[in-house]
Design a protein around this ligand. Structure first.
Ligand code: CFM
Ligand code: HCA
Length: 536
């Protein structure tokens, strides 16, 4: 691996090589407190074919996108709205025929050259008037795109003015211009802040039946994952109040402060909200993972243990036992054909970690993995957070000062109780990151680019690549099976127990299908199509 790293860096200009050297790490884990440091959440060098997306995608597409009854208007050119129009495959299920669902619409101000020159606020106000007349929504979110920031349109001023005009509608704007940060990650933070200040805490009365009330943060119902998680937690006897934001509603968000526990699935995109809700309302949080059968069982047990209720614990064990019968049958069968195969994973900010569990369950070894845009804590664990350097790009995103709510703050656990649970090994506000769980000497690559990916494929010949749409065909044309871990290649769910079964079967199908062996890349058959990377 050291030799491979040196080879990669050798081709780069010196300044770039120096930077990438800190982002390509050979994993070494003596103990959990001693993982190597990685450089993350910094700018991609222009000219590099990155796998990343933009802040608007992280805010509108990712965090808010899966919510069905907040009417969302993209203020910008039509491409931004079109791109974030369900391409992420976030599903939703209105509870009754008459429940609204705006997700099937792509609403945008469709900015033209004229507005770029003379300003687009008038058009945005007109779009809101039109949306109100047509849909009468409870809440409207406005999302800024790059040109809107560049010409100086103020989405917040428009939101305030339109809220005066329509006092019954909660209207709020997001400063999520694509360039706002170095990746989608900036957009997550912008989204968390606004949802926290303008939505959560507004409604004290909306409630759902059940005793053990909790929210799941950072689960977006891609390919129906949230439906499977909802099924399992309901069977255990838990009361899931709100998911941020898969299959969610405005009422669930605005009353989310009434629960006793937050669990966090995707740490990268939503840990801010978990932290802020703990400070303001006294709701503790811990990390869970419903990707992988073992991880799902572990997470269910931890939630049940939190409530310390004998019936809940018993029921949870019954669900786990029941579900594992089928899971184990399929897992062992699939493992007999996949054991010993190798994989690499490059995905946004949490799946490159979570999906390692599923692959290990069927005997696959991870050679290399990395995130597009996660931060050092997602690699090395939250313990490094105090030492993360705040640079100009991260300072660009507001860090809210949060205080305990005068009326609604209610610590769900006394300090003594929390301390005694922690002494017994129950971890709160935790996340150990990806590196501690990756094999010794495996390669951890932050913001991996297409040049590095192709070099890696040539050198290591992994049996499977997991990444996104931009990587898919580069990989498949080389005759290597490729599984998209963003869109799931239009399958799913992959979370929970049924999801694990779906995933095992899919990986079995991909790895043991002989079609890939016959694939010849176009550039192998026609050398004139081949190209080399040129630097300098
Ligand atoms: Fe979290 Fe996500 Fe991901 Fe993410 Fe994303 Fe996604 Fe992803 Mo694509 S919120 S960080 S910004 S788990 S959209 S559902 S698949 S890159 S790894
Ligand atoms: C995004 C969304 C994305 C893109 C997926 C991909 C998703 O970041 O804008 O590159 O294949 O999951 O849909 O991450």
């Amino acid at each position: 691996t050291a030799e491979f790293k040196a080879e990669i860096l050798e081709r780069y200009p010196p300044k770039l090589a120096k930077k990438r050297a800190k982002q390509i790490i050979i994993n070494k884990i003596e103990n959990d407190d001693d993982v190597p440091e990685i450089l993350a959440n910094t700018r991609t060098i222009p000219g590099i074919i990155t796998m990343r997306g933009c802040a608007y995608a992280g805010c509108k597409g990712v965090v808010l996108g899966p919510t069905r009854d907040i009417l969302q208007i993209t203020h910008g050119p039509i491409g931004c709205g079109f791109y974030s129009w369900l391409t992420r495959r976030n599903q939703t299920k209105p509870t009754t025929e008459s429940d609204v669902n705006y997700m099937t619409y792509a609403m945008s101000t469709d900015l033209q050259e004229e507005e770029i020159i003379f300003g687009g606020e008038k058009k945005l106000r007109a779009a809101i008037d039109e949306a109100v007349a047509l849909f009468h929504p409870r809440a409207i979110g406005i999302f800024a795109t790059c040109p809107v920031g560049l010409i100086g349109d103020d989405v917040h001023a428009v939101a305030r003015a339109m809220e005066e005009k329509y006092p019954d509608i909660n209207i709020f704007g997001f400063s999520c211009e694509g360039y706002k940060g170095v990746s989608q990650s900036a957009g997550h933070h912008v989204a968390n802040n606004k949802v926290f200040t303008d939505v959560v805490g507004l409604n004290d009365t909306f409630s759902k039946p059940g005793k053990f009330k909790f929210n799941i943060l950072g689960e977006y119902n891609i390919g129906g994952d949230a439906f499977e998680i909802e099924r399992i937690v309901a069977d255990c006897g838990l009361s899931l109040h709100s998911t941020f934001s898969g299959n969610s509603t405005y009422d669930e968000f605005s009353s989310a402060h009434t629960v006793d526990l937050n669990v966090v699935m995707c740490h990268r995109s939503i840990n801010y909200l978990a932290e802020m809700m703990e400070k303001k309302y006294g709701i503790p949080w811990f990390k869970v993972n419903f990707v992988g059968a073992e991880a799902t069982s572990k997470s269910l047990r931890k939630i049940a243990q939190f409530y310390e209720d004998a019936d809940l614990l018993k029921k949870t064990e019954e669900v786990i036992e029941r579900e594992l019968v089928e899971v184990e049958k399929v897992r062992l069968d699939v493992k007999s054909r996949c054991e010993g195969k190798t994989a690499v994973l490059y995905v946004g900010g949490s799946r490159a970690h979570h999906y390692q569990e599923l692959l290990r369950e069927i005997g696959i070894t991870i050679l290399s993995a990395g995130y597009e845009f996660a931060h050092r804590d997602d690699y090395e664990g939250r313990k490094v957070m105090p030492s993360i350097i705040v640079d100009a790009d991260s300072r660009n995103i507001e860090e809210l000062k949060v205080e305990a709510d005068a009326v609604r703050y209610k610590p769900r656990l006394s300090e003594e109780k929390k301390a005694s649970m922690e002494a017994d090994g129950f971890a709160f506000s935790d996340y150990n990151g990806l590196m501690t769980e990756m094999p010794e000497s495996s390669l951890v690559i932050d913001d991996c680019n297409h040049y590095e990916l192709e070099e890696l494929l040539d050198r290591y010949h992994p049996d499977l690549v997991c990444a996104g749409i931009k990587e898919k065909y580069v990989v498949q044309k080389r005759g290597i099976p490729m599984k998209q871990l963003h869109s799931y290649d239009y399958m799913g769910p992959f979370a929970g127990y049924k999801g694990a079964i779906n995933f095992y079967k899919e990986i079995d199908r991909l790895l043991n299908c002989s079609a890939f062996k016959f694939t010849k890349a176009p550039w192998d058959e026609s050398p004139e199509l081949s190209a080399t990377y040129a630097f300098n």
